[in-house]
Write a protein that binds this ligand. Structure first.
Ligand code: EPU
Length: 457
């Protein structure tokens, strides 16, 4: 980490103004992978300039897909007509900092008969195993050979549809099944599937390509394999996770932010929670205005869950606002076993947050008997003071920015380029909202000048 990766934040000023969302980080890279399945070019609109997109673009190009900018800003044209095998060392070099490469398995097995998946990165918020993915791929008929440098997969014959029951409604594993089943022979029935809005949007992409997919009300998805898929034209749904991050920033800094592109439908659970804490919002056709209405905020009990529950990625930014609420808030994280570690830095700034191994305030979850600090009691309100902070993961990192902006005094936030994995132009957005920040010395423009050498895996 160098000075180019450190942001100096002078806190205590409410964030006020407008920001504009682009396509969802948790949809766009997957829709780019889906383009591999088409027999002609695809056109994806509303693509944000974030690192996960750059990683997938690089990986697609390594596999012979041409990826070019389209006519409108944020449009990509992806042409997979000349898909080819890529060099293992090159794949490894490109994929290191993202978890998306695992979703290349199904499409590459269909197109080439083999695939290579290196060790995966992503945020350090729990074990992040990939066992469901490989179990699923084996059921379709793939063979997997685990070696020191990664996993080598082969499809000895055309993959075949199958019955799958996920042990947990995992987002990535559901996407793995979708991207594999659409060209597999016969019918695939997936039960206990994840049904996040980003998954629905991926299904829309695949349907445009010619796939046959139906969703039942009980988390079951049925896919009838077809022989051939075409390209698609699609505008990605806006990023509801980024929207909630800015909403939490408005609340914690006593500010007022209009989020262009925020959609009520995909944020209903967040909006209910925001209102319970005492935040105000107003919805119109173009977006949602979020603000602190004055007076004290209310402590709440909060439990993260799969959609339509309270999304885990909303948790960290909102916890910063909860440090300003009166009374005891309880947070039970049930999706990732280690997504509360970021709170120790908030305590260093003056917050009172105690972590527990028990499942507090709600139902028992998978982590209750397994010794993970996955519940928190936040006692507020507490005044936050500026501090030296090292960003641990994407959402935790954005939360540190919020805390530094809400705090009295000056903070130095280290490792800010990690935030570019999921937040487009966040420095320019902060400046536009009136944040008092000193940009990294080598980045007079919008983004930190360099990527970090590595990020937590
Ligand atoms: N899990 C397994 N085995 C697997 C896969 C998942 O045990 O093979 C477990 C995980 O350890 C976790 C749970 O299942 O405890 C849920 O994981 P999931 O597969 O749903 O997560 P993911 O697909 O790896 C995506 C997002 C995350 C988001 C989660 C949950 C992307 C690139 N990432 O991860 O986003 O938190 O779904 O909604 O889509 C973020 O945006 O900051 C982020 C971490």
């Amino acid at each position: 980490m160098t000075d180019a990766d450190v942001l100096v934040v002078h806190g205590g000023t409410p964030l006020e103004g407008e920001i504009r969302l682009r396509g969802a980080k948790n949809l766009v890279p997957k829709a780019m992978v889906a383009a591999l399945l088409g027999s002609g070019p695809s056109r994806l609109r509303n693509v944000p300039e974030i690192r996960d997109v750059r990683v997938v673009r690089g990986l697609l190009q390594l596999h012979g897909v041409t990826v070019e900018n389209g006519d409108e800003p944020g449009e990509l044209v992806l042409d997979p007509t000349r898909v080819e095998s890529a060099n293992v060392a090159d794949i490894d070099a490109h994929a290191g900092s993202s978890r998306i490469p695992i979703l290349f398995c199904g499409p590459l097995l269909h197109r080439l008969g083999h695939a290579f998946i290196p060790g995966l990165g992503g945020c350090d918020i729990g074990g992040r195993p990939i066992d469901f993915h490989f179990d699923v791929l084996r059921k379709f008929g793939a063979t997997i050979d685990k070696r020191a440098d990664g996993q080598y997969l082969e499809a000895p014959q055309r993959l075949r549809g199958c019955k799958i029951q996920l042990p947990y409604p995992s987002v990535g594993s559901t996407e793995q099944v979708l991207l594999t089943a659409v060209l597999a022979e016969g019918v695939t029935e997936l039960s206990n599937a994840a049904v996040e809005p980003e998954i629905e949007d991926l299904i829309c992409v695949l349907q445009k390509m010619g796939a046959m997919i139906s969703m039942d009300t009980d988390r079951t998805i049925r896919i009838t394999g077809v022989d051939r898929l075409d390209g698609y034209t699609h505008r990605a749904i806006p990023d509801r996770l980024e929207a909630a991050s800015w909403a939490s920033a408005a609340l914690a800094t006593e500010g007022d932010i209009y989020v262009h592109g925020a959609q009520q439908r995909s944020m209903m659970t967040f909006l209910n929670t925001y209102r319970r804490v005492g935040g105000a919002f107003e919805i119109d056709d173009e977006g949602i205005r979020f603000w602190h209405p004055g007076g004290p905020l209310d402590a709440i009990a909060l439990e993260t869950d799969v959609h339509p529950g309270f999304q885990t990625d909303w948790q960290q930014p909102l916890v910063v606002a909860l440090t300003q609420a009166s009374g005891l808030s309880i947070v039970h994280e049930t999706v990732y076993e280690s997504r509360l570690g970021f709170t120790s830095a908030l305590n260093q700034m003056g917050a009172h947050i105690q972590l527990y191994r028990e499942c507090l305030g709600g139902s028992a979850c998978r982590f209750g008997q397994r010794n993970f600090l996955h519940s928190a009691v936040v006692s507020g309100p507490t005044k936050l003071q500026g501090a030296d902070l090292v960003i641990p993961d994407l959402r935790g990192g954005f939360s540190y920015l919020i805390a530094a902006l809400a705090a009295q005094g000056t903070s130095r936030v280290h490792g800010i380029s990690l935030i570019n994995r999921g937040y487009e132009n966040f420095l320019a957005k902060l400046q536009g909202l009136g944040a008092h920040i000193e940009l990294p010395e080598r980045a007079p423009g919008r983004e930190p000048a360099r990527e970090p050498v590595s990020e937590p895996a």
